[in-house]
Design a protein around this ligand. Sequence first.
Ligand SMILES: [Zn+2]
Ligand SMILES: [Zn+2]
Length: 112
Amino acid sequence: MGAPSWAIYEFVCVACGNKYRGHFNTKFCQRDECWSRRAKRKSLTHNFKQDILERDGFACQICGARRNLCVDHIVAIANGGSNDPKNLQTLCRTCNMKKSYKRDWSHLGKTP
Ligand SMILES: [Zn+2]
Ligand SMILES: [Zn+2]
């Protein structure tokens, strides 16, 4: 108690025993195999956004903002992206909007 909400703590991953650092005790480190185990323990549709927000420390992964956060698909579902945690990131609305402009722009020049 009394610690600032953005403090980083050290936790031990219950899957591999490695120490990891984060804002919250998510019980698993962020290595793919550990994180996916954690994801499997919960229903994928329920609360998975909360998982991503927790994993990313409730901060926009581009500018670090802590308000107006949403969960963004790194590769849009329309472009073949999945709901896998690896394809999800926390962004603020501003960065999310900038990103979708970029996405529109880049897909014009993209050769599949
Ligand atoms: Zn681990
Ligand atoms: Zn941002």
